[in-house]
Design a binder for this molecule. Structure first.
Ligand code: AMP
Ligand code: MG
Length: 402
């Protein structure tokens, strides 16, 4: 059996970085920037007021009781067109440009207006409450680097820098296909031994969060003709992800049917738990991941392999972010398979994070997985571990978000 690391390296080797496209920034949330972004303007474009008050010459307002002549007003977006003379003040509001000659803002809390006169209550120092031109950023600054994933903050910055259209990586397209005679679509309440197909629901959400675009191919029955028909629907799509039918049962038809359609199998079976029977290959130009049917297996295989592949396809670092935590229970020696144990955080003690593995780790147990905080990642042949020892973990919220 292939180790998880070897399998992951093989998957990543097959991934090509997607091409670029130009899109409007209101549609660019979560996308990856394909080129550096340079500020087309400075912010603020001129020296502006940081407060509501009076634009003054600090030398005229250097003592309580000084009296200034109010000669006009400048709100944000306007300009005061004449030079401020000695003893003059201009009513000014946050974001408005400083009149020429003014060098400080006397905030309104420190002044008293009396008709066309302004009485200084608290003196003001030169430069006070003035935002100089380019305080935030200057034209020509490389504000965003190629390879950044765009969140709301970066998009706001791109807009402020003067960009409305952005060059980004195309989203990798991912076809999801569930397989099994026992499956019904969510919305139906099945009778007898049938169950609701939940895998594709989780996977679709993961794929979206990882920057991919989902094409839902529905459910294929455990029938070679029906399966072949559904598999063919993924032609031209970057990734095809199936769940179920990947092991050695006589109804596990995925590999056999995909082979008949020209599957070039790269590997099948990985030394991991859960997820051992995952298969990986190419079907034409499409990268094919055949995930096991058990919900926890398919989800963890997706977290380990599909997440890495989708990130690589967008030029992002594919590694799982591993962290350390302290074990809250003993663990027996591990066998030849790398283990991903569902676990919960305990209340933090002395700033240290403690994790408790769930007592039952059956790969069908979606409830345990859904309420887990972390996966404890145990190498193959890890010796027995005692409570209190350090282990490596993956935080689920983190890896499911990006
Ligand atoms: P299989 O690999 O097809 O033998 O499936 C393994 C287990 O996963 C079986 O108990 C299936 O019923 C279950 N399973 C397969 N596909 C799904 C799915 N889409 N949603 C939930 N459970 C599934
Ligand atoms: Mg099945």
């Amino acid at each position: 059996m292939l180790s998880v690391d070897e399998a992951l390296a093989r998957v990543l080797q097959a991934v090509r970085v997607k091409g670029r496209e130009t899109i409007h920034l209101v549609r660019a949330h979560g996308r990856v920037l394909a080129e550096d972004l340079v500020a087309r303007r400075s912010q603020p474009p001129l020296a502006v007021s940081a407060m509501d008050g009076y634009a003054v010459r600090a030398a005229d307002a250097d003592r309580p009781g000084a009296v200034l002549r109010l000669v006009g007003e400048v709100p944000a977006g306007r300009t005061f067109h004449r030079q401020l003379q000695a003893g003059e003040a201009v009513r000014i509001f946050t974001g408005a440009p400083l009149p020429a000659g003014a060098d400080a803002i006397l905030i309104q809390e420190h002044a008293r207006a009396e008709g066309d006169r302004v009485v200084v209550e608290k003196p003001v120092a030169r430069g006070r409450f003035v935002r100089p031109e380019g305080l935030d950023f200057v034209a020509g600054w490389v504000g965003l680097r190629a390879g950044s994933r765009l969140d709301g903050r970066l998009l706001g910055l791109a807009a402020a820098m003067g960009h409305a259209w952005l060059r980004v990586r195309q989203r990798p397209r991912v076809a999801l296909l569930s397989t099994g005679d026992e499956l019904v679509l969510p919305g139906e309440l099945p009778s007898g031994s049938r169950i609701i197909a939940s895998n594709a629901v989780s996977l679709a959400a993961f794929v979206e969060a990882w920057g991919g675009e989902v094409i839902d191919l529905g459910i294929a029955r455990d029938d070679p003709a029906d399966l072949a028909h559904h598999l063919t629907d993924a032609r031209g799509i970057d990734f095809l992800v199936t769940t179920g039918g990947a092991s050695v049962g006589s109804y596990d038809l995925v590999q056999q049917t995909a082979r008949s359609l020209g599957l070039q199998l790269e590997f099948w079976k990985i030394a991991m738990r859960p997820g051992k029977p995952m298969l990986f290959g190419r079907l034409g130009e499409t990268i094919f991941l055949g995930l096991p049917g058990n919900p926890v297996s398919s989800a963890i295989c997706a977290i380990v392999f599909l997440r890495a592949a989708l990130r690589a396809a967008q030029g992002l670092a594919p590694e799982l972010p591993l962290k350390e935590a302290r074990l809250a229970a003993d663990l027996a020696a591990n066998d030849e398979r790398q283990d991903f144990l569902r676990a919960q955080f305990l209340a933090a003690e002395g700033g240290e994070r403690w994790v408790r593995p769930a007592t039952l780790q059956d790969s069908s147990m979606l409830a345990t997985f859904a309420h887990a905080d972390a996966l404890i990642v145990r190498p193959a042949f890890d010796p027995p571990r005692r409570a209190g020892e350090q282990v490596r973990i993956v935080e689920l919220q983190e890896v499911l978000a990006a």
